[in-house]
Design a protein around this ligand. Structure first.
Ligand code: HEC
Length: 200
């Protein structure tokens, strides 16, 4: 009896797996991107891409590299992956605020590191990487982050210059579309450092 049950359970699992595989295939075709865990429509992904472009998320969230003409350009391999974890941050704790060294440090900050008020803030990894990005969030957590200005909608407050107050005005459907698009971006493993206090 026990064996028969196990066997039918195994068949049920197989059937479910086949069903899930079928669904996933469909979603992949629609989105023309790595299969997201939740099936978003192609229209959502397209709308999300439009909004990400319009709001210039990449301007702050994509690290730059030297382009062919020597000018900085967004690094296509690190699209939306935030402040590079391997970029060395000089120890500024002992620097005098008015010193040349401190001014030089501020001048040399790139587009993923921001000195705002008394903090040095690093742009977050928006790729779907499960460990270091935002790929495991639910729609509710993403919308909550934008509306409350808090990590996952309930964590620490997001610091300037992340423009969440303006993004909070978008409709649920637009915010979910942004998340739908972000889920299709190439996952990049990059652990962004937490903000640090600049002035003591
Ligand atoms: C002017 C620069 C700037 C722009 C433009 C910008 N961001 Fe940000 N964003 C940041 C910074 C800096 C942080 C980190 C804030 C912090 O650590 O407190 C951040 C944080 C976030 C977070 C929080 C991640 C987490 O783990 O809590 C999300 C989500 C996010 N941004 C999404 C977006 C999206 C989507 C757009 C475009 C619609 C966008 N950002 C546009 C600078 C920006």
């Amino acid at each position: 009896m026990k064996n028969i049950n196990l066997k039918s359970a195994a068949i049920a699992v197989l059937a479910l797996t086949a069903l899930a595989a079928g669904c996933n295939k469909n979603a992949t075709q629609q989105a023309a991107a790595p299969a997201p865990a939740t099936a978003y429509t192609a229209a959502q992904v397209t709308r999300g891409a439009e909004l990400v472009n319009e709001w210039k998320c990449s301007f702050c969230h994509t690290p730059e590299m030297k382009g062919p003409d020597g000018k900085p350009m967004p690094n296509p391999e690190r699209l939306l992956s935030g402040h590079p974890q391997d970029e060395k941050i000089p120890d500024v704790s002992d620097m005098v605020i008015t010193s040349d060294a401190f001014m030089e440090f501020l001048d040399n900050l790139d587009n993923t590191a921001w000195a705002s008020n008394d903090m040095l803030v690093f742009s977050a990894n928006l790729t779907p990487d499960a460990e270091t990005g935002i790929g495991t969030w639910t729609d509710v957590q993403f919308v909550g982050t934008m509306r409350q200005g808090m990590h996952m909608g309930l964590g620490r407050r997001l610091l300037y210059p992340m423009p969440w107050q303006e993004l909070a005005e978008l409709s649920d459907s637009d915010l979910i579309s942004i998340y739908a698009y972000l889920r299709t971006v190439e996952p990049v493993s990059n652990k962004v450092p937490p903000p640090i206090v600049l002035y003591r």
